[in-house]
Design a binder for this molecule. Structure first.
Ligand SMILES: [Zn+2]
Ligand SMILES: [Zn+2]
Length: 114
């Protein structure tokens, strides 16, 4: 997601609330603008943002915009899940290996607490 005009102004130390209205209500940036001004988003913005998020989730993800999967790592497993697929064997193994020490530490903590 690119920075909004407000975010750019904030990063420059400028006050976004002095800006003319530029983000229309009923859009995600309209929704953000309400928050940036310390307002409660209006119903148009709540609806607009919900519709946008729904459309975004429904849209097929463009694989060319995703970083390549680092197979054989636990983050590779997460990348598979992010794409809505189940991890390949190498990634699943790496994920299981990465999780096992955490589980052992958990059991140790439980024993220590008992
Ligand atoms: Zn609004
Ligand atoms: Zn993989």
């Amino acid at each position: 997601m690119s920075a909004t005009y407000d975010e750019v102004l904030i990063s420059l130390g400028l006050e976004p609330s002095t800006l003319p209205r530029h983000a229309k209500c009923g859009t995600p940036s309209g929704y953000n603008r309400h928050y940036q001004r310390g307002e409660k988003p209006c119903q148009d913005c709540v609806d607009g943002r919900a519709a946008y998020r729904k459309a975004y989730r429904a849209a097929p993800k463009d694989p060319s915009r995703l970083p390549p999967i680092t197979h054989g790592t636990s983050s590779g497993a997460h990348q598979h899940w992010y794409r809505g697929e189940s991890p390949c064997d190498a990634c699943r193994d790496a994920y299981n290996t990465a999780c096992r020490p955490a589980k052992r530490a958990d059991a140790r903590r439980r024993r220590a607490a008992a």
